[in-house]
Write a protein that binds this ligand. Sequence first.
Ligand code: FAD
Length: 564
Amino acid sequence: MEKKNKYIIIGAVAGGASTAARLRRLEEHADILIFEKGAYISYANCGLPYYIGNVIEDRNKLFVQTAQSFKERFNIDVRIQTEVISINPELKQITAKNLITEEQYIESFDKLVLSPGAEPVVPPFPGVQNNKIFTLRNVPDTDTIKNFAAARKNAKALIIGAGFIGLEMAENLHHLGHTITVVEMNNQILAPLDFPIAAIAQQHLRSKGIELLLNTAVKSFEENGDKLTVHFNDNSTIETDYVILSIGVRPDIKLAANAGLKIGEAKGILVNEYLQTSHPDIYAVGDAIEFKNPITKKSMSTFLAGPANKQGRICANNIVNNNSSTYNGAINTAIVKLFDLTVGTTGMAAKHLKGAAIPHLVSTTRSSSHASYYPNAKQLTIQITFSPDTQQLLGAQVIGEEGADKRLDILATLIKNKGTIYDLMEVEHAYAPPYSSAKDPVNMAGFVADNIINKTLRVEQWDIFETKFRQTPNAILIDVRNPDEFAGGAIEGAINIPIDILRSKISELQKDAPIFVYCAIGLRGYLAQRILLQNGFTQVSNLSGGYTLWNTCKIEQGLSNKSI
Ligand code: FAD
């Protein structure tokens, strides 16, 4: 009789459960064992914040599979509450410990898959070990937070860390009627985003009553009766009922490192394109691994469910079909709901391209989510980054109420497939007035990028535009909006020449003067620039994203009106 293969998987949630299920679909007669140190398998960790906020009301909906249903459906031997405590790569064995009985035993494997995930970062702040300070990773964490929060009406919650999970928690705890303060060490929320997109999101959160303390780092915690006093680096303090510590995660590499498997530069388990670790019979997937970013070619980890699930499938294919599928990396496509707004990112933000010294241009466009004459169209802001040499798209960020997700997915698909701004211009989309415009916002982003490349449009970003104007001798700043818009707020030093009378005023402007124009979102500024350039003016810059974005980035964020 032919020997049956024996596969062992460590970790039974996103990456581990996908690998196990695919292995079974491909190899009906293999022995498949999956070890999970927690009590639950294949649950919806992405849904946990929404269960805490009662958006998902039924706890059972979080469980995609149970140990029993997994066994019945896939004939997989699921060992819950059993931690794998060591791996012996030479002997191809693992040692498992039943966390209930404390029994330890050895299992051998033909192939082993590691999917242990990531662990929350908890710095050793004085006082951090406190039963009013929580992290959120799994179902028991969720139950603890939910029970604590539900028992306290009108409580004050402090969220430390304005990442995706921190902000989801902010929204969901706000739904429970709690007063929320979010503390963030950086000068903006959501680190993967560029500042202008983050600034729009920040204003939206504030408008919902979420207090944001940016540029604020936690120093220590102090028990204060029923409350906690949180001390910050600037010596300020806040009193709160509880804290959600959400300052990031790191790959859980303990088991792999102890087994002598190679750990990479990004501190994840090093895998090759087949998701094989440094031992050919041990594979790894999910949050714990690192791989090459397809854009920068640098090592990175990504803490997202999509890559973990897709890697699981590839890994199983490779185990059964002898390394037949390659993993091409991920570009960090992520999305989050912030009350009425959706914000998402894919590929490389401008600030990260700058940090990596990768030449790039930026285009920021604001368009209606669907035909503006059809009711309820909402503004959608898209920022793309692209190569000035090849015009390849390098990154995109989208923020808006309606249709932000579909635009992000189009952009992510193009970026992943090395698309250019010309591909973006040609994206063929389904159009009827309730859904889009004849030129979709993603097409518009492509058109503007094309104008920037062929120099029919000369833009400056919000943080450079004003400084350049102030530093350029004899420069003229023209606001081409209507007088009522101008009266509602303008950049200091601007004169108002509405776009529709600009031609009649041209003779009053000095031809050799450097001219800086802006409108509300960038479109009328572009028209003004075209008029001026074709009338003999040579130095004309347009404010990217217009006054609206400048105002959101600068005035609304409390930066001074004169300089950045
Ligand atoms: P996990 O799914 O974390 O599974 C790892 C499992 O391994 C754990 O259950 C752990 O107990 C087990 N384990 C570890 N070590 C051992 C051991 N030695 N023995 C036995 N078992 C072990 N991603 C998104 O893309 N979108 C979202 O909206 C989103 N929201 C999220 C919200 C929350 C609250 C959290 C926590 C994560 C969210 N994520 C989201 C991230 C996503 O859940 C992870 O990227 C994904 O689950 C990673 O899959 P994984 O298999 O690598 O790890």
